[in-house]
Design a protein around this ligand. Structure first.
Ligand code: HAM
Length: 421
């Protein structure tokens, strides 16, 4: 073998891929019900989009981006997340000039140069939604309800929704000052990263995973203590809507998201039983991002769910996805002279929507039968010289071994009828 796949990536094989298809299909169904339309943006963007959109001070931009110069000397980055690209596409394609809100969803690979471990990869996949152009607190509740509804539809019962408000530019100076006052006397106990964050973005200290920083920050004032009256009102209304929709939630006043664009509502959805990387999804409002990306001042809110972590949660919570069905029919040839005719029959059946396969390795009849049952075929159609002369072939049901001679001109109808039984 020439080389192995890069660290932190995976091959999704048959047997596993059905879980992905089930997850993606469930998301498509939910999005249709909530009236979200799909958008597909490039896998790579100009680096500047993420630096300005996600924020220079975040781990994602600072340490985790796959950035390179292309042959035209442009700095290009493999997308580490989907929100900034969707904002760019929303603006670039003038979607902000039409009726609002605009409700979009996307799915696809994202790239972060992080230390791989269970539930954390360098290429991972997200399902995401974004809503532009509405401040309405009902929209915040709707997107959270939608995500919880999606998990429920997958069969995941143990999922916890944590919500917080991280304030707006009006309450940020107060949040910043209150946190700086709290951390200042214990600054030298913080990790070097957090000491850097103290001036630039003290809110991020609350989110640090370092044990000492956590201990120091245990009794830190929270964003909820410092909200302006408008943010508080918005947050209370979001909670009211969630109650109205019967969506259980926990207010987690320590919840600070790892990306800088959030304002007002921030939330995460945890699967309690999948280990250290328990956050299966997260999102929130970003009322300043459209403007930061060069557009008008328009609000936005969204979330993204990690497919790999959804699969871990499904495995932990015993959600089964049925394995792929084999072909409906396996065409076996009884003698080599009828091979061409068998090929014709096979293509004739496929053209009528029947799933058919055959042997391409010149196997003996016995080996063809063994292979047919390995493929999981429901029926085998034996094509032989004698039967062909009578214009027919033998159809065998694999599960029972029952056989019948079927006229070839009626074979399609006959097989379809049997398959429907
Ligand atoms: P995020 O919290 O960075 O948010 O990522 C969302 C989800 O992607 C996580 O909860 C996790 O399931 C998955 N994820 C993130 N990093 C990895 C990784 N290295 N390996 C496996 N899964 C991972 C965002 O990306 C925002 N764009 C979400 C958003 C949309 N906010 C507003 N709109």
């Amino acid at each position: 073998m020439l080389t192995k796949r890069p660290r932190g990536t995976s091959d999704i094989l048959p047997g596993e891929v059905e879980k992905w298809q089930f997850i993606e299909k469930t998301m498509q169904d939910i999005c249709r019900e909530y009236n979200f339309k799909e958008i597909r943006t490039p896998i790579f963007e100009h680096t500047e989009l993420f630096v300005r959109g996600v924020g220079e001070d975040t781990d994602v931009v600072d340490k985790e981006m796959y950035t390179f110069m292309d042959r035209g000397e442009r700095s290009i980055t493999l997308r580490p997340e989907g929100t900034a690209p969707v904002v760019r596409a929303y603006l670039e394609n003038q979607m902000h000039t039409g009726p609002q809100p605009v409700k979009l969803y996307y799915t696809g690979p994202m790239f972060r140069y992080d230390r791989p471990q269970a539930g954390r990869y360098r290429q991972f996949h997200q399902l995401g939604v974004e809503v532009f152009g509405s401040q309405h607190p009902g929209v915040d509740a709707e997107v959270m309800a939608m995500a919880m509804n999606f998990f429920h539809r997958l069969g995941l019962k143990k999922m916890d929704l944590h919500i917080n408000s991280v304030g707006c530019p009006r309450c940020r100076p107060r949040i910043r000052e209150t946190l700086q006052n709290f951390f200042r006397p214990r600054l030298d106990e913080l990790c070097p990263n957090c000491r850097g964050r103290f001036e630039r973005n003290p809110l991020r200290i609350i989110d640090c995973k370092n044990d000492t920083c956590r201990e120091v920050g245990k009794d830190a004032p929270t964003t909820l203590d410092c909200l302006c009256s408008e943010c508080r009102k918005h947050f209370n209304e979001v909670c009211d809507y969630l109650q109205l929709l019967n969506v259980p939630y926990n207010v987690d006043n320590k919840l600070v998201r790892g990306l800088d664009y959030y304002t007002h509502t921030a939330f995460e959805i945890m699967a309690p039983d999948i280990g250290a990387q328990s956050s299966v999804g997260g999102g929130g409002r970003y009322n300043g991002l459209v403007e930061a990306c060069g557009g008008p001042s328009l609000p936005g809110i969204g979330y993204a769910l990690g497919i790999e972590r959804i699969i871990l949660a499904m495995e932990k919570q015993g959600v089964q996805v049925s394995s792929p069905p084999g072909p409906d029919v396996f065409v076996a040839v009884l003698d080599p002279q009828v091979k061409t005719k068998a090929f014709e029959i096979l293509f004739g059946l496929r053209a009528k929507g029947i799933a058919v396969d055959q042997d391409y390795q010149n196997r003996s009849l016995k080996a063809q039968m063994k292979y047919a049952s390995k493929t999981g075929a429901r029926y085998t159609l034996f094509v032989g010289g004698d039967e062909l002369q009578r214009g027919s072939a033998i159809l065998r049901e694999m599960a029972t071994g029952n056989q019948e001679e079927v006229p070839l001109e009626k074979a399609t109808e006959h097989i379809k009828q049997r398959l429907g039984e």
